[in-house]
Every structure is written in structure tokens, then in C-alpha cells.
Write a protein that binds this ligand. Structure first.
Ligand code: NDP
Length: 284
């Protein structure tokens, strides 16, 4: 009987990448499902992306995650894009389909699953998003595609904020407006879901919180943070003090990882194993 000594390869390309915990989570999931897959955490400089993507094909890798600074630049090396990825204009994962590279963005989808797991649906809701960077773009577009009624983008840089609001208004059915963030933000009346999609509060900046008038956060409002390191951000602590339903960034991280797992392997992801592995990794 012939044996197969070859593992299927996936991984992540980025820089900085050393502190990215995704590989530990995915490898634990492969082991739990008895899959001979390896997840490689690879440092790839900005100018080396073309060579690295050729490597994905040359090594017959099943796919790859992209992180800073490659999420937009990688588009020119892909053969196909999902609908969401083409609207967002960025991908965080690629599947190698028999030599053709297909790009998808699972950040926003993972975020929506983390809300759903907490009993929160975006359909017909008013959503306020702080930030207009990569995470905010993915979340904003997915909320719109999932039927949010109105989306308000609150961002410091006007150009970036207006660009995202215009994109959502033009390409989806949701109404979207931009609000400049130049003083303490007062959460708009009628808001159901309030999201921090900036990096404020990300380790080591754990003593910072977004400049918000937290007394405008209403009891029962769903308040979520994309920051997962440390997951108990000051933003969420302030919202919890006002009676909000808080949802931390670990759910988004796990669920985008679970979607990637399934897209690469065709197997349902062992989400519990992934959650436990990440919690252990963060000492929770
Ligand atoms: P980007 O660099 O693309 O965007 C950063 C955003 O934060 C911009 O809108 C920027 O505003 C805003 N911002 C940064 N500092 C400040 C400040 N002091 N005051 C006001 N606004 C500020 O980053 P990403 O979108 O890629 O990442 C954002 C966060 O999302 C990171 O913490 C990342 O770890 C997290 N993330 C979490 C994921 C998860 O699975 N939980 C997945 C992906 C990302 P401006 O435009 O004005 O500069």
C-alpha cells in the first residue's frame, strides 16, 4: 500500500506577522479533524508579494491568508473575486482552485457570525461604525449586503470616510452617510448596533478608548469591538457600564478563521476547538 507523506499547505503572508496567532488556531482545527494540513506563518515584504503568490501556485498550496500590507495589493495576482471582495476591494484569503486563485474577504462575514451567535441580526437595523480602514470596509459592506437599513461611518480622515460611505451607497441597497470625527462622538438616535472598527485599544495601546460620549450608548444597544488583543477593551467596558450588550473581537477572529478552514478543506470547522485554542493562547 502506498503512503502519502505530502501535507496540504495553507498559511498567511504579511509583515509584521510574528505575533499573528491564526496558525495555532488553524493547526489545532486541522488536528481535531484529522486533516494532514500545515499552516505556515510567513513574513513577506511589500515588494515580494508577486513572488510569494507565484509560490502559492508553484507549491500547489490550497490557499493563503493575506494580512498587512497585502490585502489590497494582492488583487492584481488573482484570477477571480467573490462579490463581497470585489465591492470591498480587498481580500483576506485566497483559495487555489486547480491553479486559479480566487479571492474572498471573510473578515466582515466572520464579524456577522459573531453577532448572530449573540442573537444579534443586522437586518433592518441602524449600524454605526467607527473607522473606515480595512476592517471597517469589510464590516460595512457585509452589513449592507445582509440588509442593514442605515449605516453611519464615523471617521477622522474625511476622504477615507466619504469614500467608504459613497461605496456602500452606490453598490448596495443600504443608505449610508459619513460623519466627521473631530470631537467626542455622540451615538446617533435610533442606533441598534455600534462598532469600533479602529485599532484604538489594540495591545499595547490598552489604556486608550475611542473618543465617544459614552452616555449616548443606550441600554440594550449591541456594542462590538474588532480589537481582540486584549478582548476586554475600555470601549466595551464603558458600553457595558451603560447596559449595552457587548461582543468582543475574538468571535470575529475565530469565525473568519472557521470560514477560511472550510473554504480550504471543504470540511466543517471545529469552532469550539478554535475558540478554546485562542483563549488558551491569550491566557483567558
Ligand atoms: P486600518 O489601518 O486599515 O484602519 C485603521 C482605522 O482606525 C482608520 O479608519 C483610522 O482612521 C482609525 N484610527 C486609528 N487610530 C485612530 C485614532 N487615534 N483616532 C481615530 N481613528 C483612528 O486598520 P484595519 O482596519 O486593518 O484594522 C483595524 C483593527 O481591526 C485592528 O485593531 C485589527 O487588529 C482589527 N481587526 C480585527 C479582526 C478580527 O478578526 N477581530 C480582523 C481584522 C482586523 P483614519 O482613517 O482617520 O486614519
Amino acid at each position: 500500500m502506498s503512503k502519502n507523506y505530502r501535507a496540504e499547505l495553507v498559511g498567511a503572508f504579511g509583515n509584521p506577522i510574528d505575533e499573528n496567532p491564526t496558525g495555532v488556531m488553524e493547526e489545532a482545527a486541522f488536528a481535531a479533524k484529522g486533516l494532514n494540513f500545515r499552516y505556515l506563518t510567513v513574513k513577506v515584504e511589500k515588494d515580494d508579494l508577486e513572488a510569494a503568490m507565484n509560490g502559492v501556485k508553484a507549491f500547489n498550496m490550497k490557499g493563503i491568508n493575506l494580512t498587512i500590507p497585502h490585502k489590497v495589493n494582492v488583487l492584481k495576482y488573482l484570477d477571480e473575486l467573490s462579490e463581497a471582495a470585489s465591492i470591498i476591494g480587498a481580500v483576506n484569503m485566497v483559495v487555489n482552485k486547480d491553479g486559479k486563485l480566487w479571492g474572498e474577504n471573510t473578515d466582515g462575514k466572520g464579524f456577522l457570525i459573531s453577532l448572530k451567535n449573540e442573537g444579534v441580526s443586522v437586518e433592518g437595523k441602524q449600524v454605526v461604525i467607527l473607522g473606515a480602514g480595512g476592517a471597517a470596509r469589510a464590516i460595512g459592506v457585509e452589513c449592507a449586503l445582509a440588509g442593514a437599513k442605515k449605516i453611519i461611518i464615523v471617521n477622522r480622515n474625511r476622504e477615507r470616510g466619504e469614500e467608504l460611505a459613497g461605496l456602500i451607497s452606490d453598490k448596495t441597497a443600504a443608505a449610508c452617510e459619513y460623519v466627521e470625527w473631530n470631537s467626542s462622538y455622540q451615538v446617533a438616535d435610533g442606533t441598534d448596533i455600534f462598532i469600533n472598527a479602529t485599532c484604538i485599544g489594540l495591545y499595547p495601546d490598552v489604556n486608550s478608548k475611542p473618543d465617544v460620549d459614552y452616555d449616548t450608548v443606550k441600554p440594550g444597544m449591541a456594542v462590538s469591538d474588532v480589537v481582540f488583543n486584549d478582548p476586554n477593551t475600555l470601549f466595551l467596558q464603558e458600553a457595558a457600564k451603560r447596559g449595552a450588550h457587548t461582543i468582543n473581537g475574538l468571535g470575529m477572529l475565530v469565525n473568519q478563521g472557521a470560514l477560511n478552514f472550510t473554504l480550504w478543506t471543504g470540511v466543517e470547522a471545529p469552532v469550539d476547538v478554535m475558540v478554546d485554542t485562542l483563549k488558551k493562547e491569550f491566557g483567558l
